[in-house]
Every structure is written in C-alpha cells, then in structure tokens.
Design a binder for this molecule. Structure first.
Ligand code: 5FU
Length: 262
C-alpha cells in the first residue's frame, strides 16, 4: 500500500512519468513535501517570495494570471530561482476545455506555460482529450499534469464517481499524469503523487468557500493521504514567509515520516 511507502521506494512505480519521478527523488533528497502557492499580484513579490521559501519547498505553485505585470522575463527569473533552490514549477491553470483549445492555451498565448512549468493542473471534466491536448503541446519536453480529482472548496461538485473517473483517465495516460489534487486517498497507486490544498496551521476557512475549515499539515498527510501539502496564505501572509515555510515543511515531513513508519 502506497501509504507506508517511502518516496524513494515509489520511484520505480513513477518511472513512466519523468516529472513525478524527479519530484519523488527531490522530496526524498531535499526532505520536503511542501508546495507553496505563490498567489501574489506582482512579479517582484513573486520572485522575492520564491527566493525566500525556495530552500524549503519541492514545488512552487503559481497562478500567473493573477500577476498584473507578467512578462517572459518573470518566468526566466523564476526558472533561475528554481535551479538555484532546487524546486519545480507548477502552474495551477486548471485546464478544462477540449483538447485542441487546451493545446493552444498551454503551448501559446501570453504565458506559454508549456515553456516553463514542469507541472500544470487540469480538470478531468472534458474527458481524456484534455490530457491528449496537453501532451501534444508539451512535445518532447519533460512535462506532466496533475488532475484535479477533488476540490477543497465547500460544495465542490467533485463526487466520488468523478474522482474515480479521474483516476481511470490517469491510469490510461501514465506517461503524462503525475498525480492528483485531492482531499482524500483517492488512489493507492504508488506511481501517482497526491497533493492536498486547504492546509493552514491555526486557521478556519475563508469568506469565499475555501474549506469549512483548513486542515493542519499533519492531518493532511496522515488523515487525507497527502504526499504533498499545498499552502498559500499560511505562508504568503505570514510576517516571515521563510520561517513559516520552514515550519510547514517540518510539520509535513514529520507527518510523512510518521506515516511510513506506522
Ligand atoms: F485545486 C485546488 C483546490 O481544490 N483548492 C485550492 O485551494 C487548488 N487550490 C489552490 O491552492 C488555490 O487556487 C490556491 O492557489 C491554493 C490554496 O491557497 P490558500 O491560501 O492556502 O487557501
């Protein structure tokens, strides 16, 4: 069962997906399963945050369409920081259209996301054309996608049947799907990485439907099956984001260590 396996021991199961493989290796060697959601509005804030939290994260999750001043220079600098601190780039675009549209949104447009994001999110809603579209635009680059199997927001329409459909879709596209955004252990397949948002220490919900209450890093890893915890405002709104990231990293990695020795 995946639950008790170390990240290292899951490498073989993830061999078909180069980003999942690289991420598992990175989490094990850097001893972090923290993804910071860098939801800020200026490139200066984004780059500063990435440099501060970089040493503590395995992934930096972006919503580049929140930036007011996006330019290709922003991603060039982000790539440099990703190399400096050894983390991967994850654009939470939640692609959700027919394959041909998604291919153009991912490969082109203002953000040319396929150029720089190692991982992107996609909804399973359109059917597996969404994955095929992403794959076609990725070309030969080492890229992958994370399917949103369950959402953290109250009233989300991601039913159990929907999540199961996402898992089946992923299983038939193992070369491109690296894992899932989930709120529970939607699969026990050790090749897929489960990422859980809605995590914060000492905080309940927000006014816009983010979870009735946030869960702690420990609960995310031990009760919800998260391999990776996704933390936004818990880090970005902290007085010292680097210190906050370190705290989240330590709690989440300690919970992972506890899980594998259970
Ligand atoms: F797919 C999902 C989801 O189900 N819930 C989320 O919250 C993605 N997210 C993202 O994680 C969301 O868009 C934010 O970027 C981040 C959570 O941020 P928070 O500040 O920790 O609530």
């Amino acid at each position: 069962d995946q639950k008790h396996l170390t990240f290292e021991s899951r490498l073989a199961a993830a061999a078909a997906q180069p980003v999942a493989h690289a991420l598992l290796a990175l989490m094990a060697s850097k001893k972090t399963n923290l993804c910071v959601a860098a939801d800020v509005t200026t490139s200066r804030e984004l780059l500063s945050l990435a440099d501060q939290v970089g040493p503590h994260i395995c992934l930096l999750k972006t919503h580049v369409d929140i930036l007011e001043d996006f330019t290709p220079d922003t991603v060039d600098k982000l790539k440099t920081l990703a190399e400096k601190h050894n983390f991967l780039l994850f654009e939470d675009r939640k692609f959700g259209d027919i394959g041909s549209t998604v291919a153009r949104q991912y490969g082109g447009g203002l953000y040319a996301t396929a150029e720089w994001a190692h991982l992107v999110t996609a909804h399973g809603l359109p059917g597996d054309g969404v994955i095929k579209g992403l794959m076609s635009a990725a070309g030969g680059r080492l890229r992958g996608c994370i399917l949103v199997a369950q959402m953290s927001s109250e009233g989300a329409l991601t039913s159990q049947g929907y999540a199961e459909g996402c898992i089946r879709m992923a299983a038939s596209h193992r070369s491109f799907v690296a894992g899932f955004v989930s709120q529970s252990r939607v699969t026990s397949d050790p090749g897929f990485i489960l990422m859980t948002p809605g995590v914060q220490i000492n905080k309940t919900g927000d006014d816009l439907g983010q979870q009735a209450s946030y869960v702690s890093p420990r609960a995310a890893v031990l009760e919800r099956g998260a391999d990776v915890i996704i933390v936004g405002r818990g880090v970005t709104k902290a007085e010292d984001p680097a210190a906050a990231a370190q705290t989240y990293k330590e709690e989440a990695y300690a919970a992972y260590t506890e899980r594998i020795t259970q």
